[in-house]
Design a protein around this ligand. Sequence first.
Ligand code: ATP
Ligand code: MG
Length: 435
Amino acid sequence: MKRINVKIDLIACMDIHRGYYSKDINEDMIGKRVRVAGWISDIRELSTITFLIINDIYGPIQIISSNINKIPKQSIIAVDGIVQRSRSKTMPLEIKAERIDLLAEAVHPLPLDPSGRIDSSLDVRLDARALDLRNINTRAIFKIRHHALQSIRTTLIKHNFIEVNTPKIIGSASEGGANLFAFKYFNKQAYLAQSPQLYKEQLTLALDRVFEIAAYYRAEKSHTIRHLNEFISIDIEAAFMDAEDVMNIAEEVIIDVFAYITRYASKELEVLNINHEIPKIPFERLTYARIIDELKRDIKIEYGDDLPDHGLRLLGERHKGFYFITDWPLELKPFYIHAKDDEPNLSCSFDLQHGYLELASGGRREHNPNILKKRLVEQGLKPEDFADHLKVFEWGMPPHSGWGLGFDRLMMILTNTNNIREVVLYPRDTERLTP
Ligand code: ATP
Ligand code: MG
């Protein structure tokens, strides 16, 4: 067999295409010549032969070759060779190399070892995220993420929701202004959207049911394992639905995503050692008042307080799976939330929790412009600042409800991860702005 001796400057003339993915190599191809390509994850040199393991997105494939020049691990190669049976128990087929093209050399030392044999801290991994993704566990997380998004879209579209894109550069502080990233937009003041709330409500006027999957920005200086300054939210808003109706949609989205990834990402779940049971619906509904009574036994808390972090932790110990907290005091909720008809101090709103983690907030929205103006004033906001929004409510706004669900937090649940940074490719927090 020819020794490979490839100069990097020859790359331009080389065939850069892959013939087959690792998953496509099967018994029927024994004796056939194929071309595979990927990164080298392992090399074992015996006296006269070399075993190379190359990986592509779908997994490893073994290459057997007579003595070849040293190629550093993680380099990208393409191999032409004959499919044959191997002696390995884990990889029953291998490729006997006839030609190896070095398409890109990995320059050592690398910042981390994707094989996982040497542990790296999360910071090191995030600083070298592209390489970290060659780790089988990290890769599994982001493949599950892809499937989860597919599932959520499918469920919502089944219910006639239309996918929309609303602006992320906004000219006024939509929901009160705190926590907004502000910047100069030519000669005007602009902000990054913290949610699509007002736009999605407006869109129900004509589009009936809308959803958006997008990044939002909050200038919170929180150092937690569940907050980022840029996060992905799944938002829905539906005309002629009440809070209970959209809670039912949330339940369906959740159980569908568990079923979908169990079906389409079974290998990835296996890699992560996860065996999900599909959650049972309906999820438990607990009123805010009941939660406060429960917490009062252990912590100092009064009716009317928001749920503090240590309160959420206690709740998480007692309520393990998914549950809703309903009937929040109106004053704890934003101006656009509808009051309960029979108990005006309570709101038609809910949070969806998973243990300690708040996963979604939603409710019925106020669609009467006069009440909306009153609520804005009560919350110390100026109706003039919301003129563009309020005018839409004079054009025949249907009653509507919706929710916003933190997709990264859902990913933490689906992948049994306890730090949100694990499930986000390039997380943005108070310390981290690069890469
Ligand atoms: P929290 O109380 O946990 O800070 P929130 O009540 O401020 O959340 P909402 O405005 O209700 O958040 O946003 C809807 C959902 O978006 C939340 O339930 C959560 O899942 C997600 N979310 C909100 N802020 C963040 C963030 N900073 N990082 C990641 N996800 C977030
Ligand atoms: Mg919330």
